[in-house]
Design a protein around this ligand. Structure first.
Ligand code: PMP
Length: 296
């Protein structure tokens, strides 16, 4: 995957610069210790023009992530949103994935940084057409314990755990992993939250041991609008394996139905699941079409 070419521009500390000219310091505390915070945001080519979905919520989470790990965050969120639109416009991106990153300057000690940078880059992200269902496995890796790191922060270092889980799942012949928390309850996928359907109701792991996904929060609001009952609670592997249907959700993944977990195949046809209804409603929302269907 080529993320940039000789013409691509990004935002770095108040300036628009060429991606190929933007360099970082090899003595960066972020590089050595995974001590940085980032976001993953989508822009959609809508009938109202290119629109960044939930821009404010993402930048607020970036600020919160920084605060939780004591990385200074002194930028104005509205200005960052403005700069993000500028990056999209200058690169002529319409459907795009946006990656803001706050990273620390040279510092080899294990102390709070005094000098930090923010960069915002983006790349083309073609509209996802497929509706392939994913085969997931229960990972042998656990999500990091919230007593060892603020797991609700989107911190770079946490993604070593995600990379290990995805790599292991693929090596075992699955598409994706589902990780448990320190209490052996279902937590989330390496880069997405999880919902399951049972007897006409949805269930999703409660907050505490997961990244509070913006897609997850959006779906909870959509559920209220569509009169779908959704319960935030602790879920076991048995709950997942006995579910009628299940799906993963996240900014990049949007909503992806799950075919199976380990060797257990979900019995409900995806097209008849609540997940499929939410998938359509979510698409309408991100594209700023207001014709939600009524769920009876
Ligand atoms: N969990 C993890 C670990 C993630 O990396 C992501 C992607 N940011 C999510 C859940 C989903 O979050 P969001 O809906 O905000 O993209």
């Amino acid at each position: 995957m080529q993320y940039y070419n000789s013409k691509t521009l990004l935002y770095l500390d108040g300036e628009i610069v060429k991606s190929e000219d933007a360099k970082t310091d090899l003595y960066s505390q972020s590089l050595h210790y995974g001590y940085a915070a980032f976001e993953g945001i989508r822009a959609y080519n809508t009938h109202n023009g290119t629109r960044i979905f939930k821009a404010k919520a993402h930048y607020q989470r970036l600020k919160k992530s920084c605060e939780l790990v004591h990385i200074p965050f002194n930028w104005d969120i509205n200005d960052l949103i403005h700069q993000t639109y500028k990056v999209l416009e200058l690169n002529n991106f319409k459907d795009a994935y946006i990656r803001p990153l706050v990273y620390c300057h040279a510092n080899m000690s294990l102390t709070e940084p005094s000098n930090v940078s923010i960069m915002i880059c983006a790349w083309d992200w073609a509209a996802y057409l497929g509706d392939k269902l994913v085969r997931v496995c229960i990972s042998n890796y656990q999500r990091p314990n919230p007593k060892s790191t603020p797991i609700q922060a989107k911190v770079s270092g946490h993604y070593v755990n995600s990379i290990l889980a995805t790599t292991e799942a693929k090596a075992r012949g699955y598409d994706e992993a589902v990780l448990l928390d320190q209490g052996n309850f279902i937590a989330e996928a390496p880069g997405a939250n999880l919902f399951l359907e049972k007897n006409g109701k949805l269930y999703t792991p409660e907050l505490g041991n997961i990244l509070p996904g913006i897609t997850r929060a959006t779906l909870l609001v959509l559920c209220k609008k569509l009169d779908i009952e959704c319960i935030e609670t602790q879920l076991t592997v048995t709950d997942l394996k006995q579910a009628d249907s299940a799906f993963l959700c996240g900014t990049a993944a949007e909503i992806i139905g799950m075919k199976s977990v380990d060797e257990t195949v979900f019995p409900l046809k995806w097209s008849e699941s609540i997940g499929a209804t939410l998938q359509r409603a979510y698409k309408c929302l991100v594209l700023e079409k207001t014709n939600y269907e009524v769920f009876i």
